[in-house]
Design a protein around this ligand. Structure first.
Ligand code: ADP
Ligand code: MG
Length: 281
């Protein structure tokens, strides 16, 4: 069954490979209007399967808005979002609820950590798993032998996910007692519990120390290598340079550049957009 994480993503890679494949995610003419402000002013985005796709831009350029549109938190004013559901066919995501989008295989983390602070690391991942597959944890514990077997399997899978993000030895620690860098990794683990084909990370390196960032980079690379496509919003240019196969740059709701990390970093339009608005925090 492939890795402990996902077989669906690997299948997509085998179908298409990294370069030249049909996009896994296609955004066409996305507009998000807040009163008189167009946070997204008609953005097209093609995200190829098996890649890490960077989404960068100065503060207020529309990155988080795009992520909220992709995950159904905002319904776009105009435009469409399609997730490839296999060769030739696609599933429209715009208009679906956040929960239905998650169940379609799109998972995310938030710019600010949102964990269940009183629960252990293991329980936080189990919540993700139960959200994905069946009722509640309480059903599982109190229920039938079949439920109890499912619960054992869920725990084994949750442990595999914790090992994958380097938190295996911290499974029983409450989230609030984990160092901040580990909390961010736990958020990623909980998102992985949904068995996503596409993982959206909103500034995962924000507030991390250099060793934390090095660990994060290793784990994001492992996620891509497990066949999961990643969209990465990130302010740290070294993280973007080190990880992203392709980068799109937003400015005032418009996509102003796209290419390799090296190409966009040298693009005069991008340099101008960042003037007076520093890249790093
Ligand atoms: P980024 O993540 O690139 O820093 P955002 O997507 O958060 O930028 O914001 C883009 C623009 O949209 C900003 O001007 C922001 O103030 C505005 N915006 C974002 N969300 C809302 C909202 N819910 N209501 C009104 N304005 C919003
Ligand atoms: Mg943001």
């Amino acid at each position: 069954e492939g890795t402990a994480l996902s077989s669906s993503g690997e299948a997509l890679i085998q179908q298409g490979g990294r370069a030249g494949a049909d996009p896994l995610l296609k955004v066409e003419g996305a507009v998000m209007q807040f009163g008189g402000l167009k946070a997204l002013a008609g953005v097209n985005l093609d995200v190829r399967p098996g890649t890490i796709h960077g989404l960068i831009g100065p503060n207020g350029s529309g990155k988080s808005t795009m992520m909220n549109v992709l995950t159904g938190i905002y319904k776009p004013t105009d435009g469409g979002v399609t997730l490839a559901a296999g060769a030739g066919s696609g599933k429209r995501l715009d208009g679906l609820t956040p929960s239905d989008i998650a169940l379609s295989g799109v998972a995310r983390t938030f710019q600010n950590v949102q964990l269940f602070r009183e629960m252990t690391a293991l329980e936080n991942v189990l919540v993700g798993l139960h959200h994905a597959f069946h009722g509640t944890i309480f059903d599982a514990i109190l229920g039938t032998p079949r439920r109890r077997r499912e619960e054992r399997e869920a725990r084994a899978r949750a442990m595999a996910i914790l090992d994958f993000v380097g938190l295996g030895s911290l499974a029983q620690v409450e989230a609030r007692n984990l160092p901040y860098g580990k909390q961010r990794l736990l958020e990623i683990g909980r998102a992985l519990a949904l068995d996503p084909v596409l993982l959206l990370l909103d500034e995962p390196a924000a507030g991390l120390t250099a060793p934390d960032i090095a660990e994060l980079i290793t784990i994001i690379r492992k996620i891509r290598d497990a066949g999961i496509t990643v969209i990465l919003i990130e302010h740290h240019m070294d993280v973007v340079m080190g990880l992203c196969d392709r980068v799109s740059v937003l400015d005032f709701g418009h996509k102003i550049a796209e290419g390799s990390a090296r190409e966009v970093q040298a693009d005069p339009k991008v340099i101008e957009a960042y003037l007076g608005s520093p890249v790093a925090d």
